[in-house]
Design a protein around this ligand. Structure first.
Ligand SMILES: [Zn+2]
Length: 517
């Protein structure tokens, strides 16, 4: 146990100023899939998610409801936890930045960087966008407005603490260049390299414009701004710097920080520099995934085009929603959301391809052999092709997971699903069943199909965790860990005499009003 390889993956901590939408659900489902895959393949995994609970937006939203900020966020955080439960998210911890274990680490790091001269106080004048909590230089404004949100800005002068990130720029650049996998995909890596090369200004890391945050430990007029506060969650959750830091010792540095492409810069420039300054090793990899776009552009609360994940789960089920998200958003690219596309994938890839393979296999085994499958006879016809593809698929899936390409990993599994469906057509069990002399051949065909279903069930389990627990009882191997693990993906392990049975459709077709759909 102690010698198991470790794997630490994080999602961004979400900002609970409102309920989360399907885009946040994608990030968390993707991280969950990596975590489940690593557990399945024998790693000791730590999977962290959480919430970033400070800042002016939350302070204001709470005030508008006559609540304290903590009361306000706590309700939303409950909703987020509930959503993750519904989506079968297997996180090991959930960090809230309002927790003592977190605040202590933020104060400690801020104080340390200040005492070593990397954080200094200076007077600052700039154009401030309140909704974005961001200062802009005059040259960055667009038409006199905030370049991020387009709203009006006001000229503010305040004393702030600044972090000398420019001091570490060369070291960071060298690290990025020497570690090609540090930032994925490559397009994001190139963006970050040119961003650093274009020159970096020191970063304003405190605010006096609001109170709802962690006080600067030696200057209580200031609160620590989001950078040092939020990003530090990845180590505070592991007990960094506390009396009990065994999780930190075991799991840091993180193997993957999975983030949306809009926050890659914070995770690949600001966060590594905070760590460098504090003398802490850098994470191994930051993966910036694409967005789920709508016809009307990026999903956002201000545009009012938000898709509520609960509605989709209610209508289509957890596994179908997870499958759709993971398949639709390709590595390094955006996905385009539409409910029609979701229904199409459910009907074609889940109901027709996968669901049908399982129900045909079990139905025929039941009909021809009362479910009892015996050892196969000699391979003939298309047997070898099916068996050899099944043997190659685990490595193909693993390769795509290592490339952080979940959509292509599913593609590799579906190649096997298609091959198995083609095998049914090629071997035509219903023809074999008519001839008593073909009985042994018919058994071999049913064995191969059942074994293919076992393979596919294991392979899909990190993506659609609710499917395997439904399939194992149908395959008659419930509770048989020796037939359900990644290390059991060797063809022919399914024991002779296994008794399978029919079950309900795994993925019922979605009937739409348009009969042609
Ligand atoms: Zn703005």
């Amino acid at each position: 146990m102690e010698n198991k390889k470790t794997f630490y993956i994080t999602t961004p901590i979400y900002y609970p100023s409102d309920n989360l939408h399907i885009g946040h659900a994608y990030t968390t489902v993707a991280a969950d899939t990596f975590a489940r895959f690593k557990r399945l393949t024998g790693y000791d995994v730590w999977f962290l998610t959480g919430t970033d609970e400070h800042g002016q937006k939350i302070e204001r939203a709470a005030k508008a409801r006559s609540q304290t900020p903590l009361e306000f966020v706590s309700q939303i955080v409950e909703g987020i936890r509930h959503l993750w439960e519904r989506l079968a998210i297997s996180n090991d911890d959930f960090i809230r930045t309002t927790e003592e274990r977190h605040k202590r680490v933020v104060s400690d790091i801020f104080e340390r960087l200040h005492s070593q001269g990397d954080i200094y106080k200076a007077s600052y004048e700039g154009w401030y966008c309140t909704p974005c909590e961001t200062f802009w230089t005059e040259s960055r404004l667009e038409g006199g407005n905030c370049p991020d949100c387009g709203r009006s800005v006001e000229l503010l002068k305040e004393e702030s603490y600044f972090f000398k990130i420019s001091k570490y720029a060369d070291r960071l650049l060298k690290h990025i260049e020497e570690n090609p996998k540090f930032i994925q995909p490559v397009s994001r890596r190139n963006e970050m390299i040119s961003f650093i090369k274009s020159g970096m200004e020191d970063l304003c890391v405190s605010r006096t414009t609001f109170d709802w945050g962690i006080k600067v430990p030696f200057d209580s007029k200031h609160v620590v701004y989001v950078w040092v506060d939020a990003l530090t969650n990845y180590i505070s959750a592991l007990g960094y710097g506390s009396a009990d830091d065994k999780l930190y010792q075991k799991f840091w540095p993180a193997d993957i920080h999975l983030v949306g492409k809009d926050i890659v810069r914070f995770h690949t420039i600001i966060w590594p520099i905070i760590l460098m300054a504090a003398g802490i090793p850098l994470p191994r990899q930051v993966v910036g995934h694409g967005w789920l776009l709508l016809d009307s552009g990026k999903m956002s609360k201000s545009k009012g085009n938000v898709i509520d994940p609960h509605t989709l789960i209610d209508k289509y089920g957890v596994d179908a929603v997870r499958y759709y998200l993971l398949k639709e958003i390709g590595f390094g690219s955006d996905g385009l959301y539409s409910e029609d596309a979701l229904i199409n994938r459910i009907n074609k890839e889940l109901a027709n391809d996968l669901g049908n393979l399982v129900s045909r296999t079990l139905g025929m085994a039941d009909k021809y052999f009362k479910g009892e499958i015996s050892s196969p006879g000699p391979a003939e016809g298309p047997d070898d092709e099916l068996i050899s593809l099944a043997g190659d698929t685990p490595a193909a899936v693993e390769e795509m997971i290592e490339k952080r390409d979940l959509s292509s990993a599913l593609g590799a599994i579906w190649k096997l699903v298609s091959r198995a469906n083609k095998y049914v057509d090629e071997t035509s069990p219903w023809v074999l069943a008519k001839n008593p002399e073909s009985r042994e051949r018919l058994n071999t065909v049913m064995y191969n199909l059942t074994e293919a279903v076992r393979f596919i069930t294991i392979l899909t389990s990190p993506f659609m965790p609710n499917m395997a627990p439904r399939v194992w009882p149908l395959l008659g191997i419930e509770g048989r860990a020796d037939l359900q693990g990644w290390d059991t993906l060797t063809w022919g392990k399914l024991p002779s005499g296994t008794v399978v049975k029919r079950g309900e459709a795994l993925f019922p077709r979605i009937e739409t009003e348009d009969k042609k759909a």
